[in-house]
Design a protein around this ligand. Structure first.
Ligand code: F6R
Length: 241
């Protein structure tokens, strides 16, 4: 694992965007796996700026969402489809046919998981997976104690995750109870992983993920087993290292 500490949450995003952009320049038809949430917002802002001001082209890029809530329509402002359109897709030249999202309204969830798994395989796998980390150490929506062997799967969200994500909803009761997420197996299969963390609330999970034992109790700890992981942290998230 390579760890880089920068001064602010915004700097985390700027550096992450530079790395994503460099990978797109190296491989214009690269396959990106994209996290949502608060942490990568600065990265998306910077990617949009690089597209507008520095000619960064997404013309041949393929993008996969990392996860999606069950029960939210794509136009629901809290859905991750909506998030990715709002923060990135609608501002860059990524063709609609290269945007791969999970259907949170799928009637047959198992079928939707299989379809998405297949779509990732057909794209040749993920080249660069961008991740955040939950306060409980989750990556994607792989909650503590879930098997590392899972591919795309249905998740019952942890109480910690629902409480944490309640800040995006009007009330805790509106936070969906289930989601579909890439599994640890999919994440580990990505050729390169970029994990971003900012803020004091992330210093304990970051410490456990990097310095602790590799255990399903701290899902992000599995990244210790991946050969190409870069962590970009702000000083608060790196506080315990
Ligand atoms: C989001 C995701 C989650 C978040 C994590 C951190 O697609 O899969 O693992 O990355 O919960 O969220 P923020 O950045 O909002 O603190």
């Amino acid at each position: 694992m390579r760890i880089t500490t920068v001064s602010s949450a915004n700097e985390v995003g700027v550096l992450a965007a530079q790395i994503v952009a460099a990978d797109i320049h190296r491989k214009p038809d690269c396959v990106l796996g994209l996290a949502t949430g608060e942490t990568p917002q600065a990265m998306y802002r910077e990617l949009v700026r690089l597209h507008r001001e520095a000619g960064l082209s997404f013309q041949r890029v393929t993008a996969f969402a990392l996860d999606e809530y069950i029960g939210l329509a794509p136009d629901n402002p809290n859905s991750y489809s909506h998030y990715l359109h709002t923060h990135l897709f609608r501002h860059v030249n990524l063709p609609a046919s290269n945007i791969c999202l999970i259907d949170g309204l799928a009637r047959d969830v198992a079928l939707e998981c299989d379809r998405y798994e297949q779509q990732i395989a057909e794209a040749g796998g993920i080249d660069l997976q961008v991740l955040g980390i939950g306060q409980n150490g989750h990556i994607g929506f792989n909650e503590p104690a879930m098997s590392f062997a899972r591919g795309v799967h249905l998740v019952e969200l942890d109480a910690v995750t629902r409480a944490d994500n309640a800040r995006f909803f009007a009330h805790l009761t509106e936070v969906p109870r289930y989601a579909i997420s890439l599994g640890i197996k999919n994440i580990l299969a990505a050729k390169k992983i970029l994990l971003l963390a900012s803020g004091q609330s992330k210093c304990a999970p970051v410490y456990q993920a990097i310095r602790g034992a590799v255990t399903p109790r701290v899902p992000a700890s599995v990244l210790q087993d991946h050969p190409d992981v870069m962590l970009i942290l702000d000083q608060d998230a790196a506080d315990l290292l």
